[in-house]
Design a protein around this ligand. Structure first.
Ligand SMILES: Nc1ncnc2c1ncn2[C@@H]1O[C@H](COP(=O)(O)OP(=O)(O)OP(=O)(O)O)[C@@H](O)[C@H]1O
Ligand SMILES: [Mg+2]
Length: 349
């Protein structure tokens, strides 16, 4: 019970359990003590009493403070108490609905994730169908080009044109393979590769992904040992990293792709140490807050608008690194930039 001004007049064990004050501590204190400072500043306690007085009842839900300073989600009801037409105080009932509130929030999050994954599944099906048909068309194009190339009597200019068309068709075939592997969630097909060579092959693609506002720099370490990886998945990882850097620099900046050799000792035994070839994609964009960096690799975690990001980029990169026997890491500072490192083990004989 509160008096006309809102001072606590009586208290029960439920109040003690939820809010942590004993009867002796709280009687005589103003009930605004239970409100967050910012709500007190807005005059919420007084507004509640006034609403109860004028409308006969006041109900609300919001955050309140316990004695130990922690917050809980409260559902409150305030009833005015009249005696012979005189207001003599208020009856206030508080329920702790934190658990219901949080369960509800979790449900909403889960529903959002479900919608996202259904969307991805639908995109996957569509992609699969299109990529499949496209691949068949490309096979016809490539076979025909092959036949033109071996026909006798072609002049040099024709040969050049056929070569160009062939390169474009090969590129198209690579793209459809990537689309197919995305749509199927295909297993990795690991082969021996020189990482620098793989990068050089698709450098134009990455450069184009960056767009004109972003400077694109490359710094490849020479003579790297070969690695054993799935080239299409590696290319997809690079695309994801470069696209993330571009998105983090809407007003321009620099993306740097570099490679190096890293020696990592596992525990302290020298014979279980291993060499990794690492590629780093760095930018001087917005960077990530510690909270974002912590969750960035979760599938479907995105800070981008609906339709702009599905939150699968980094989870693909980290998944690919782990499946290839390597590892990946994030280094990021807000307003400074981000470096993502992707390391894969060097191929053994
Ligand atoms: N280079 C970066 N700079 C700043 N923030 C980044 C960078 N890379 C990733 N992030 C943050 O991590 C989040 C998750 O990245 P991720 O690539 O997994 O998903 P996305 O880019 O949001 O969507 P998708 O890649 O599926 O289109 C991003 O939404 C962004 O907040
Ligand atoms: Mg991304």
């Amino acid at each position: 019970m509160l008096d006309q001004q809102g001072y606590v007049r009586s208290w029960n064990s439920g109040g003690e359990r939820i809010k942590g004050y004993s009867q002796d501590e709280i009687i005589g204190q103003h009930f605004s003590k239970f409100y967050l400072p910012e709500d007190v500043e807005k005059g919420m306690p007084e507004l509640g009493l006034e609403a109860a007085r004028t409308h006969g009842k006041y109900e609300a839900e919001g955050w309140r403070l316990r004695k130990d300073g922690t917050r809980f989600r409260a559902s409150i009801v305030i009833d005015p108490i009249w005696h012979d037409g005189q207001l003599i105080g208020y009856a206030k009932v508080t329920r702790d609905v934190t658990e219901r509130f949080e369960a509800n929030n979790r449900l909403i999050e889960a529903q959002k994730a479900l919608v996202q994954s259904q969307k991805i599944e639908a995109i996957g099906k569509l992609t699969f169908g299109l990529a499949h048909d496209f691949n068949n068309l490309l096979t016809v194009v490539i076979n025909s080009l092959d036949m033109i190339a071996v026909r006798p009597g072609a002049d040099a200019r024709t040969k050049e044109l056929v070569d160009t068309a062939m390169r474009a068709a090969d590129r198209g075939a690579l793209l459809t393979r990537q689309l197919l592997s995305f749509a199927r969630g295909q297993n990795l097909v690991a082969e021996r590769h020189d990482l620098n060579e793989l990068l050089a092959r698709s450098m134009e693609l990455y450069r184009r992904t960056c767009g004109p506002a972003v400077e694109f720099r490359v710094d490849l370490a020479p003579n790297l040992p070969p690695v054993f990886i799935d080239a299409a998945q590696f290319e997809a990882s690079m695309m994801n990293l470069v696209a993330n850097s571009r998105d983090a620099m809407p007003r321009g900046g620099t993306v740097t792709v570099s490679t190096c050799l890293v020696h990592r000792a596992e525990s302290d035994s020298e014979d279980r140490s291993q060499d990794f070839v690492c590629v780093r994609v760095g930018d001087n964009g917005s960077g990530m807050s510690p909270e974002v960096a912590e969750r960035a690799t979760e599938p479907f975690f995105t800070t981008k608008d609906v339709g702009k990001g599905s939150g699968l980029g980094l989870s693909q990169v980290f998944g690919f690194a782990a499946q290839s026997g390597g590892f990946a890491s994030i280094e990021s500072q807000e307003q400074v930039g981000t470096v993502i490192q992707l390391c894969v083990p060097t191929a053994k004989d």
